[in-house]
Design a protein around this ligand. Structure first.
Ligand SMILES: NC(=O)c1ccc[n+]([C@@H]2O[C@H](COP(=O)([O-])OP(=O)(O)OC[C@H]3O[C@@H](n4cnc5c(N)ncnc54)[C@H](O)[C@@H]3O)[C@@H](O)[C@H]2O)c1
Length: 524
């Protein structure tokens, strides 16, 4: 978390902690006042003076020390961080339980540490407990009643929003075209924003479906984005120039699509009150390392593609608020068949080569990569779309499975099992990407496990070639790099879009200006 976000978080929490602290101290004073009037009833005032003196000693030597127990127990139970997204009734129930827990902790500690010599602390403890409970819960009930109308409005809006379609940006791509099919099977309506860089074939059969709305548009064009975002329940943002080599073709366009557009979409999403925003990041943010990387590991991307994923992740976290909940998904390298097969991904490419050429080249065989089947990836996205917001908001999840970390040599062995007789050539080169990834978080928090192994994906590809569903893996429509090299990267719709992208792309776009001039010529 950045310092700015930490400061903002504590600015939100501090007034609530102080209010709770004041309520607790007021409850103690009221409890004492009642205790005095009860104990001195019909007696002379000196007895009240003695009690007040004993109370002062108790208050200064014990109560001040014990009272932070309350905010501490509240904090540990997520009061100041997690309960906000809960419904009012749930929130009050949880709050009452935690207040009772904190009172139990306080009263036990009080009875244990306060000596018989000072009976005041013991006699007022139970009365205090009652008033603290009334005060702490009462303030929450009052707040809920006061804010009731506003909340009802919000509820209406979010109810309307939750009934809206899921927006999949980049839905005509390798991952998106399968995800849409699964969303439809789940009974959802889907809106797709895609400028069909690689054509519309992957989703053409879905366009007549009444629950699919396709907008042919560019995620860098604010009008297209506004049209796409209006009225949706949540967003899955997949659109990008994908892959390290494809991103090298034209730095400026890559920065616009992979970073600047993401920032712009986020602002539009916030403007329309879309709460859940799933962002497709990549495990390649971890770069070259021998460690096993989890979500808290240092990111050290070794390519522009990875760097922009990191920059977009940061921008999303900075944009998070009580009403905007980004979720960052770091996908492992995808394999398997979808309606837009990609043969520029290692498992798919090697399988296709084994079928078509009978020989595969393994570069730097000892390097590790995490893999995930495109169908499992869609299941993970569906799980994250329906998970409670508080469980996923502002969270990063590596998406894959511990059992699917493989060396490239192992990949070659799996391929040879499916295509016996394949010749394997080993070559060492300068590609430094090496990462093994830990996927415990998504498994433990959401119960996600992959169902498909490498061999399942390789067999699928074999079946597609055997049945002539795919004839030549070298066709450039199966490769982002090959396609963009030949046809050029997609141009902005207007100069105005380029200006908007320059605003959102900031420093990244300015730094790319020089390489862009060079690569724009090559991309031709
Ligand atoms: N495939 C992988 O191995 C992998 C691994 C890690 C992360 N990811 C991420 O998952 C996401 C999807 O990857 P994929 O494999 O489906 O890629 P893909 O290239 O098949 O699909 C990208 C889609 O985005 C669309 N698109 C590109 N520029 C656009 C623009 N300006 N406006 C609107 N649409 C645009 C394309 O037309 C395409 O349909 C990407 O963000 C990628 O970085 C993929």
């Amino acid at each position: 978390m950045t310092d700015q976000r930490k400061a903002a978080k504590w600015q939100g929490i501090a007034p609530r902690v102080v209010t709770d602290f004041l309520i607790i101290h007021c409850a103690m004073l009221v409890a004492f006042a009642i205790s005095v009037s009860y104990q001195t009833h019909g007696q002379a005032w000196p007895s009240a003076d003695d009690l007040a003196d004993a109370f002062r000693r108790y208050y200064l030597s014990w109560f001040l020390i014990l009272s932070p127990v309350f905010p501490l127990v509240f904090y540990m139970n997520g009061f100041y961080t997690y309960v906000r997204p809960l419904a009012a009734k749930e929130k009050l129930k949880k709050f009452t339980l935690v207040v009772m827990l904190s009172l139990a902790v306080f009263i036990s500690a009080n009875f244990l540490v306060v000596q018989q010599a000072n009976p005041v602390g013991r006699s007022v403890a139970l009365t205090f407990g009652l008033f603290a409970l009334l005060g702490l819960v009462g303030v929450r009930v009052g707040k809920e009643l006061l804010l009731g109308d506003e909340r009802a409005d919000q509820k209406d809006r979010s109810k309307a929003a939750s009934q809206g379609p899921v927006l999949v940006i980049g839905g005509a791509g390798y991952v998106g075209c399968w995800l849409i099919r699964r969303l439809l099977e789940e009974g959802k309506s889907v809106r797709v924003l895609d400028n069909a860089v690689y054509g519309l074939d992957p989703i053409r059969d879905l366009l007549q479906n009444p629950r699919v709305e396709y907008l042919n548009g560019d995620c860098r064009n604010i009008q297209d984005v506004v049209k796409a975002v209006r009225g949706v329940s949540s967003i899955v943002h997949l659109a990008a120039i994908v892959g390290d080599p494809a991103c090298e073709i034209d730095h400026k366009t890559t920065i616009e699509i992979n970073y600047a557009a993401t920032r712009m979409i986020v602002e539009v999403a916030k403007g329309y009150g879309v709460e859940r925003f799933l962002f497709a990041s990549s495990c390649s943010v971890y770069g070259a390392t021998d460690e096993i990387m989890d979500e808290d590991s240092k990111v050290e991307p070794v390519s522009l593609y990875g760097q922009l994923k990191v920059a977009a992740e940061q921008a999303l976290l900075e944009a998070a608020s009580d009403d905007f909940h980004p979720v960052l998904l770091r996908f492992a390298t995808v394999f398997g068949l979808s309606n837009r097969p990609r043969f520029d991904l290692v498992v798919n490419l090697l399988s296709a080569k084994a079928w078509q050429d009978g020989v595969i080249t393994i570069y730097n065989g000892e390097q590790w990569r995490p893999f995930v089947h495109v169908k499992d990836l869609s299941e993970a996205i569906i799980l994250l779309l329906s998970a409670p917001l508080r469980a996923v908001s502002q969270q990063t999840f590596n998406v894959g499975d511990n059992s699917l970390n493989h060396t490239l040599t192992e990949v070659g062995e799996v391929i040879r099992r499916v295509f016996p007789g394949t010749r394997i050539e080993g070559v060492e080169n300068a590609d430094k990407r090496n990462y093994r990834v830990n996927f415990d978080k998504i498994q433990k928090r959401l119960g996600f496990r992959c169902r498909y192994h490498l061999e399942d994906g390789v067999r699928e590809i074999k079946a597609a070639f055997d049945s002539s569903a795919i004839d030549n893996y070298k066709n450039i429509r199966f490769s982002n790099l090959g396609f963009l090299r030949q046809s050029g990267t997609p141009a902005n719709k207007s100069e105005f879009d380029a200006e908007i992208m320059a605003v959102f792309g900031g420093e990244h776009i300015r730094r790319a200006a020089a390489p862009y001039a060079k690569s724009a010529t090559t991309a031709g």
